[in-house]
Design a binder for this molecule. Structure first.
Ligand SMILES: [Zn+2]
Length: 673
């Protein structure tokens, strides 16, 4: 069920009225009207006010706020406040406080201070959510439910006694027989054989390295416990209000490592994502685009909601750079371009006190006589003009394989090199494609990928037999697959696939790897050059590849694998499988190699565009976002510019730092593109 309200694109953010006196709340309603706010998330951290003592519920203060918002035409995304259990609850049930891997029980005073597995927390959650749902089931302001806040961040894994008890139950249900667990975990190594379930502990801090299969299962289990806590609430809300959609906000698709969002997305009525720029990172709008593309992908291509981002600076990075003029608008519209039906912020009004008082708000400390407020009002107007975008879809010809289980497994301890990083490779390939103006989806290795011209696996270290077979079928049927190094190495239990590396992909890639030769920190090795191509060097990784059907496109020219393949191609069935055994460095290196794959697969890219001009098509709309300091003229776009109503016939100029959205005119029948 997709949210019916608001009718166009949603605009607004987290609203925390309990922090303000009545006169400010009256001003809020007027300012929301001025800016065109039509949706706020309410009550996220209000448990202490909703239930001031056990079983005594007080919604009177909240009724007044909902009534006022409804009168102002603002719909409410009503939150369950379980991310902030109150002091009285924690004092009565100190056993709900989570325990870290190192054995430290955290104290009260932050947030997320209860373990998802703790029975007292689950019981209190169920009672409160039922009371909240019963009270607001018919309130006309409520448009949707917002469960909890950012599961998995900062609380991913908990090591308390309740978690360990649930973990043993999970292991029994998963393996049935303890010998199956011993086999899966390879417990004969270091003499860890278990003879009873009660002997199995959580993978706590250890002075060496804990069994990696045990840690991988604990990551699965822990994520599943949070999902159970979510589903407990969702099921109560669905029972009471079957007409209202239920969601929870992801703590940033690309940044919240502990949550397997392929699994989470199935439990939600609408995917909701938070994204915060890494302020000091150059071109951080590429990370934003990646987060948005991943949100759309876990939503199965359906529209999703940007639930939180920032109007200006955040408060939790080493140096919290403010957004420059125009940056909030570019950020907001980039999310919409990539499938979001909302632009929501943390938070409506910058707080005066508490841990996040230096986090920007739509209404800054400086008040409404500020550049930021004027940008907020303008953004509201822009979003009203973009109402027709709602519900439309983004199409991609290229997909990147993204699997959280591979992310978890790759970054456990004692790998061949500390430079092996899931995000490092993922970011490198995503950025290369972004700079080529290629819109991408993300896919799970076992998903239906038959519709893509090119699939890239930047970091598929863990790859199951089923995932590998899926990739094999894709290539045989005519797909173009590019695999990067250290992929297809282990199975779902972090055990090496039998035989030479990469066990799961040897046949598909037409090669095997005799030995890994990771490079020293900052070391690079040259690759052989083709006439007319740029010099190419590799970093991080080198390995001894032995072709068995694959042909060498580029070889290492020096280093431990001099004369051996670095980049190979294997024609298989109707398709092609490519393999890259190093991290190309410098200039356009990776883009040039990727370009060969894209060209052979017939993926077209707009020519002659500067790389800082972001071009994304969503439905009939073309979004042109200029991240540079010079105007850019884009050819081949015909239609009406949404913000100024002007016609563009084949070309449109986008001012420096500006965003232009063109609603394209369908071409008459028979006319060539
Ligand atoms: Zn726990």
């Amino acid at each position: 069920m997709y949210p019916e309200r608001p009718a166009g694109l949603a605009f607004g953010g987290d609203y925390n009225p309990e922090q303000w006196p009545r006169e400010v709340l009256e001003e809020d309603a007027a300012l929301m009207r001025e800016a065109g706010v039509n949706l706020v998330s309410l009550g996220m951290f209000s448990w202490a006010l909703m239930e001031p003592a056990e079983g005594r519920y007080d919604f009177g203060w909240l009724d007044e706020i909902l009534d006022r918002l409804h009168a102002a035409g603002v719909a409410v995304d009503l939150a369950t406040p379980t991310a902030a259990p109150p002091a009285w609850f924690v004092a009565a049930h100190p056993d709900v406080l989570p325990v870290t891997r190192e054995g430290v029980r955290i104290g009260f005073g932050g947030r997320q201070s209860a373990c998802s597995s703790a029975p007292a927390f689950r019981e209190a959650t169920a009672r409160l959510v039922r009371a909240l749902g019963e009270h607001y089931r018919d309130h006309p302001a409520v448009a949707m439910w917002h469960v909890h806040n950012e599961y998995g961040a900062p609380l991913g894994e908990c090591y308390c006694e309740h978690s360990v008890a649930a973990w043993r139950g999970w292991l029994r249900a998963t393996y049935q027989d303890i010998s199956a667990l011993n086999d899966a975990w390879g417990t004969t190594f270091w003499g860890q054989t278990y003879t009873d379930w009660s002997q199995i502990d959580a993978p706590r801090f250890n002075h060496t390295v804990v069994n990696p299969a045990q840690r991988l299962d604990y990551a699965r289990f822990s994520d599943g416990q949070h999902r159970e806590h979510y589903a407990l609430q969702r099921d109560i809300l669905r029972e009471l209000t079957p007409h209202l959609p239920v969601t929870t906000n992801f703590a940033g698709t690309v940044n919240c490592k502990s949550t397997d969002l392929w699994q989470w997305a199935r439990e939600l009525d609408v995917v909701a994502n938070d994204h915060y720029l890494r302020a000091e990172q150059p071109d951080n709008h590429i990370d934003l685009a990646m987060s948005a593309d991943l949100a759309r992908s876990v939503a199965g291509g359906a529209p999703w909601m940007l639930m939180e981002h920032s109007a200006g600076a955040v408060n939790w990075q080493p140096r919290n750079l403010a957004k420059r003029p125009g940056e909030m608008r570019r950020n907001s519209l980039a999310h919409v371009a990539r499938g979001s039906d909302s632009v929501l912020f943390f938070q409506w009004r910058a707080s005066r006190f508490g841990a996040e008082k230096f986090h920007s708000g739509l209404v800054p400390h400086a008040g409404t006589d500020s550049g930021q407020w004027r940008e907020v009002v303008r953004l509201g107007a822009d979003l009203r003009r973009l109402a027709g975008v709602r519900g439309s879809r983004v199409r991609a010809e290229v997909a990147l394989v993204w699997d959280w289980e591979s992310y978890w497994a790759l970054e456990l301890d004692w790998r061949p090199s500390v430079d092996l990083s899931f995000r490092e490779r993922m970011d490198a390939f995503y950025e290369a494609l972004w700079r080529e103006h290629v819109t991408v989806d993300f896919v799970h290795p076992s998903a239906d990928i038959s519709g893509y011209r090119v699939v890239v696996a930047p970091s598929a270290y863990l790859l199951t037999e089923a995932g590998a077979k899926n990739l094999h079928r894709y290539v045989e049927a005519g797909g173009h697959l590019l695999v990067s190094y250290f992929s297809g190495i282990v199975d779902e239990h972090d055990a090496i696939h039998p035989g030479p590396h990469p066990g799961a992909l040897r046949e598909l890639l037409g090669l095997s790897v005799e030995e890994f030769h990771p490079l020293r920190q900052d070391e690079t090795v040259p690759l052989t050059a083709e006439p007319g191509t740029e010099d190419l060097r590799g970093r991080i990784w080198s390995e001894r590849v032995r072709p068995a059907g694959a042909v060498t496109v580029r070889a290492f020219a020096a280093g431990p694998d001099a004369g051996h393949p670095a980049f190979t191609r294997h024609d298989l069935g109707a398709g092609t499988a490519w393999y890259l055994s190093t991290a190309p460095t410098g200039g356009r290196a990776l883009r040039d190699l990727l370009g060969q794959v894209l060209d052979r697969a017939g993926v077209s890219r707009p020519r002659g565009l500067p790389e800082h001009l972001e071009l994304v098509r969503r439905g009939r709309h073309v979004f042109l976002i200029n991240h540079g300091d010079e105007p850019v003229t884009v050819e081949g776009v015909t239609g009406v510019s949404v913000f100024d109503g002007e016609r563009c016939d084949g070309r449109v100029t986008v001012a420096a730092g500006a965003v232009t959205v063109v609603e394209e005119t369908p071409r008459p029948e028979g006319e060539r593109a």
